[in-house]
Design a protein around this ligand. Structure first.
Ligand code: XLS
Ligand code: NI
Ligand code: NI
Length: 449
């Protein structure tokens, strides 16, 4: 019999012998060294408290289907405390080192902020004990500034000063919790920070307000000696029709305009990238280019449905691309990890499915890591890029990169070159073969794993 609350044995690494996926890892072998670090060190998996222990698997058309072992608790505080025990048993049974939560995931609300904080602190006490007993760490925490109806028109961009003030007080306490629990990062997802309609919105004033809010957070973190990495989490829409932190590029521009760029990085989510019309890899590359990669919310969307589905990652092409970026970067940001901001489908409603879903997510990323490491080892993409941009290595190209070129020098160079020579200066990229080569790396690497 398994000696834990879920009645599930510690999830083992079983290898690739059986094709049928069950309660074991095929690829994730925590202490296996890949590209100079263990899988555990590269991947730094985290469980998202809100999905795994809170989500009832509702959708807009139906009630929750989830069946959970803590369903029988009726008193909200008893239930909140019991869930902490279940959650830590979940982390250790699964073998993940990190978790993430919103303040309102873990404890019920009282009538006033003071009452709410007192209840929250009781649950945080329990978390602190459990962290000590298990060694499981807090990847990040955050404040839910979007669930309660008071945030109907936003929090730090609300047109109502009382709401802004309340949100600031709420975040102050969350930062204190981050300090207490040793959070490695602190996330701001602008849940309702955006607008439904521009005609009744003072966009500039709202952005000034939220920038001021972030500066207050930076100041307070400094005051209490909290060194968690701050991160914005971009998302283009949902719940508002236009969210201010639309995507990586928009969020970086906002941080730069308001003198916050050296204090924040980005927490990037796969499904959010797709909603913005981007690939996950695009968002990560944009953040890397700006030195702003902070952490990753690992999930995926569905090509046929246009909202935030938070599926567990199973697309190997995408996990390969993500891990290729991570290996090129050297890590998932300075303190980043892969937080499964994901929930099982409504039809996978048993408690055991929570384990199954996480195993699939972890295996998909471990597989992506193996494939990407092999690609880097062979220098396939590196060679391809070196070749493609080689004309910038000397002559006129070098003068552009070293800053000595001017419009006049480039005109002088180009004036008499015939069209045929210009066409000859371009080469085919054989893109179809590039895509097939990546497929070949996936098939071959995993075939031998
Ligand atoms: C919602 C976001 C949220 C953040 C944390 O779409 O992904 O879950 O990660 O507030
Ligand atoms: Ni999301
Ligand atoms: Ni997220």
């Amino acid at each position: 019999m398994a000696e834990n609350l879920w009645n599930i044995e510690k999830i083992p690494y079983v290898g690739t012998e059986s094709l049928r996926q069950g309660l074991g890892f095929r690829y994730y072998d925590a202490d296996r060294v890949v590209a100079g670090k263990t899988m555990r060190e590269w991947l730094r998996f985290g469980v998202a408290y809100w999905h795994t222990f809170e989500q009832r698997l509702v959708d807009p058309f139906g009630e929750g289907t989830a069946s959970r072992p803590f369903d029988s608790y009726s008193d909200p505080m008893d239930r909140a405390l019991a869930k902490i025990d279940y959650s830590f048993d979940f982390y250790t049974t699964l073998g993940v080192d990190y978790f993430c939560f919103h303040d309102r995931d873990i404890a019920p609300e009282g009538d006033t902020l003071r009452e709410t904080n007192a209840m929250l602190d009781k649950v945080v006490d329990r978390i602190e004990e459990a962290q000590k007993a298990t060694g499981v760490k807090l990847l990040w925490n955050t404040s839910s500034l979007f669930t309660n109806r008071r945030f109907v028109s936003g929090a730090a961009t609300s047109p109502f000063a009382e709401i802004y003030s309340y949100a600031a007080g709420q975040v102050k306490h969350s930062l204190e919790i981050a300090k207490r629990l040793g959070a490695e990062n602190y996330v701001f997802w602008g849940g309702r920070e955006g607008y439904e309609n521009l005609w009744n919105t003072d966009l500039k004033r709202e952005q000034d307000h939220i920038a001021r809010f972030f500066h207050m957070c930076v100041d307070y973190a400094q005051e209490i000696g909290l060194d968690a990495q701050f991160m914005l989490e971009p998302k283009p829409k949902e719940p508002t029709s236009h969210q201010y932190d639309y995507d990586a590029a928009t969020s970086i521009a906002f941080l730069q305009s308001y003198d916050l760029a050296d204090k924040f990085k980005l927490n990037l989510e796969g499904n959010h990238a797709n909603l913005a019309g981007h690939t996950y890899q695009h968002e990560i590359r944009v953040a890397r280019a700006a030195g702003m990669l902070g952490s990753l919310d690992a999930n995926q969307g569905d090509k046929l449905l246009g909202w935030d589905l938070d599926e567990f990652p199973s697309d190997l092409y995408e996990t390969t691309a993500v891990m290729w970026e991570v290996l090129a970067e050297g890590s998932i940001g300075p303190h980043g990890g892969l937080n499964f901001d994901a929930k099982p489908r409504r039809t996978s409603f048993t408690a055991e499915d929570l384990f199954r879903a996480h195993i699939v997510g972890m295996d998909s990323y471990a597989a992506g890591l193996l494939v990407a490491a092999r690609m880097h080892e062979d220098g396939y993409i590196e060679d391809l890029l070196a070749d493609r941009y080689s004309s910038f290595g000397s002559g006129i190209g070098a003068s552009i990169e070293d800053g000595t070129a001017t419009l006049a020098s480039l005109e002088e160079h180009s004036l008499d070159i015939p069209q045929a020579d210009l066409v000859a200066a371009t080469t085919s990229d054989h893109l179809e073969c590039v895509k097939a080569t990546i497929n070949n790396y996936i098939v071959d690497t995993l075939g031998r794993a």
